[in-house]
Design a protein around this ligand. Structure first.
Ligand SMILES: Cc1cc2nc3c(=O)[nH]c(=O)nc-3n(C[C@H](O)[C@H](O)[C@H](O)COP(=O)(O)OP(=O)(O)OC[C@H]3O[C@@H](n4cnc5c(N)ncnc54)[C@H](O)[C@@H]3O)c2cc1C
Length: 443
């Protein structure tokens, strides 16, 4: 018997295809409008959402959860919070859960999301088995793991086709997570411990917070059924600060997955008084949480025009064998803390990375260094550009979620132009989605 949800899904996709054909003639640029908040950094005079919107807001349903096979099939607009609410009661969670509640399945694939299980499993994309993609000529195709188009939709940032359905793996989960914090005062000791835990794989969850050049906290998490207490960081208390104060902690699995959500990591640091308990008591319910914080920053977009530049908010993937060189530079020239560190093993080299450039990465382990909120209004230096240049110097990959500075030549020496164009010809034959370089560089 056909699943009625799938039948409804098929009708929704056909309607989006029809609307897309009607609204956008060949060559006319469009952008995907998935509704809700976007986890990209708001920019003054943002060009990333120009052109006609293709509205896919109604693709927000979980279609099937197969407990036996431990897989879930869902539409791209489903948030990870909704997935967890549906799977946790069954004792399952997605293999990779990006840490903010509002990140959606489609956005996580197209925008390269990772998290603390990524040292074992790669990014969320790597836990997916099949995608349904709507091409610009209205054709709907299904692509399986490891096929060329499947791999190319990862990191395509809405420039190739529209992901309309995803099938991804789940993993057994217990209701709580026990966190242990190992503390180090030198980079060397910290790095050794980080790499050793990644090698041995003794904890399912590994990430780290660098609070200062002399304060490194490795956060090692394990499932548990019977916590002696359960902490809460949803309102008055601040998770990232607790990792400095405590040596261990217990969270519900849901709260562990979204432990950085209340502060949107530590972006609340950039809002005067928002880390103050009294202020949090009075206004916390209306402003805390990544979705509310991002919605507020969008409302204040006009103010951005008064700023010289927005704060640096960016994830860069640094090859593990150059993490030390990166940190030496970071400590001297960048000097912004906390720095979030997530080990991330590429299960294989992605075809959207230029083959020559990929050779320079030298191994499959990279370290996602997430810089969230460095002030960037200085006259003499643009820290966003500086970070990009250093990342490329070290053969790293910079996610495209904020300001980008690459020249066209440099960009296509990191991203693989010939594979991108091959995928573009198949998925976007009418040329209605922007080119990857143009989308992120047009001023
Ligand atoms: C402040 C901040 C904190 C972050 N924290 C984390 C974190 O903790 N963990 C983590 O892994 N990542 C984090 N990220 C990065 C985040 O994972 C990516 O930006 C992700 O792409 C966001 O997905 P979204 O659902 O919000 O989609 P959007 O931001 O709306 O879209 C992201 C990109 O995907 C494209 N896209 C969206 N839906 C589709 C679709 N159906 N088909 C094709 N393309 C589509 C869009 O066009 C866009 O280019 C953070 C980013 C920011 C700005």
């Amino acid at each position: 018997m056909t699943n009625p949800k799938i039948e409804l899904h098929n009708r929704k996709v056909q309607e989006i295809a029809r609307q897309m054909q009607e609204d956008a003639s060949a060559g006319e640029k469009t952008h995907i409008d998935k509704g809700g908040v976007s986890h990209v950094v708001p920019l003054p005079r943002d060009q990333r959402r120009t052109g006609k919107p293709i509205r896919i807001k109604n693709l927000q349903d979980i279609l099937e959860i197969d407990e036996q096979k431990q897989i879930c099939c869902a539409e791209p607009g489903v948030s990870f919070a909704s997935v967890l609410k549906a799977t946790l009661p069954l004792g399952l969670i997605p293999i990779v859960v990006p840490e903010l509640e509002g990140i959606t399945l489609g956005g996580a694939v197209a925008g390269c999301s990772v998290e603390s299980m990524s040292y074992r499993y790669g990014g969320f994309h790597d836990s997916c088995l099949e995608y349904e993609i709507l091409c610009s000529d209205g054709k709907v195709i299904n692509v399986e793991k490891d096929s060329f188009l499947f791999e190319m939709i990862h990191g395509s940032y809405g420039t190739l086709g529209i992901l309309t359905k995803l099938t991804f793996r789940l993993i057994p989960a217990q209701p709580y997570v026990h966190l242990q914090y190992q503390k180090f005062s030198t980079f060397q000791e910290f790095q050794n411990a980080l790499y050793e835990h990644c090698r041995v794989g003794d904890y399912p969850f590994i990430d780290a917070i660098v609070h200062s050049p002399k304060e490194f906290v490795l956060c090692l998490g394990n499932f548990t059924d019977a916590p002696p207490y359960v902490s809460n960081y949803r309102w008055l208390n601040i998770f990232y600060k607790s990792t400095q104060q405590k040596n261990e902690d217990y969270l519900s699995t849901y709260d562990y997955c979204f432990r950085y959500d209340t502060e949107c990591h530590w972006l609340t640091k950039t809002v005067p008084f928002l880390e103050n308990k009294l202020v949090r008591f009075l206004v916390g319910k209306f402003v805390l949480g990544s979705t509310q914080l991002i919605a507020w920053s969008k409302r204040l977009e006009l103010l951005l025009r008064l700023k010289k530049r927005p704060e640096v908010v960016c994830d860069v993937f640094i090859p593990a064998n150059r993490f030390e060189a990166f940190f030496q530079w970071y400590e001297k020239d960048f000097d912004f803390y906390p720095l979030w560190v997530i080990p991330y093993a590429f299960p294989k080299m992605y075809p959207w990375i230029n083959e020559e450039y990929a050779k320079g990465i030298g191994g499959n382990l990279v370290i996602d260094c997430a810089i969230y909120g460095k002030y960037n209004g200085f006259k003499e230096v643009d820290y966003s550009q500086l970070l990009e240049e250093k990342t490329l110097d070290l053969n790293g990959i910079k996610t495209l979620i904020s300001r980008n500075h690459f020249s066209k030549e440099k960009f296509w020496s990191v991203y693989d132009r010939s594979n991108y164009e091959k995928a573009k010809t198949i998925l976007d034959p009418r040329g209605i989605f922007p080119d990857l370089y143009e989308k992120f560089h047009k001023k």
